[in-house]
Design a protein around this ligand. Structure first.
Ligand code: HEC
Length: 112
């Protein structure tokens, strides 16, 4: 009996950990990124670059892109002079959420 209970508790904790890791990149994108980058990642003129067809997103690793999301890009680090605002650092996002949203961006980049 005791052994069975142990197996049950183990299965339950695996299920909970699994759901916590399955961060929804599309949902995160919608709430935190779409206002600037566009609901379909098409970009916003005068505001933020598109992800659709974006070579940086296509060619860079998830880790490299995650660094940009985490630290943002401002001042001299900015790559796009046509957009006066900075990419805001996402300091409160967990690494799991950043990874999920970057993987979603890669699906947007593949669109064009
Ligand atoms: C306030 C507007 C704004 C929001 C919100 C925003 N971004 Fe950005 N983002 C920008 C701007 C502006 C740039 C261009 C920075 C530059 O000139 O290098 C940028 C650049 C980027 C880049 C680099 C693109 C490239 O081609 O080099 C990535 C990746 C990125 N953003 C991801 C995100 C993600 C993920 C979110 C949501 C968690 C997000 N951004 C939210 C404005 C925003």
């Amino acid at each position: 009996m005791k052994k069975l209970l142990g197996v049950g508790v183990f299965a339950l904790s695996v299920a909970v950990a699994g759901s916590a890791l399955a961060a929804d990149g599309a949902a995160i994108f919608k709430t935190k990124c779409a206002a600037c980058h566009g609901t379909e990642g098409q970009g916003t003129p005068g505001m933020a670059p598109a992800f659709q067809g974006n070579e940086f997103i296509k060619k860079s690793s998830v880790a490299e892109i995650s660094l940009v999301v985490k630290n943002g890009r401002a001042g001299d680090q900015k790559k796009y002079k046509q957009f006066p605002i900075a990419m805001p650092a996402q300091k409160t996002m967990s690494d799991e959420d950043i990874k999920a949203v970057v993987e979603f961006e890669k699906t947007l980049a593949a669109k064009k």
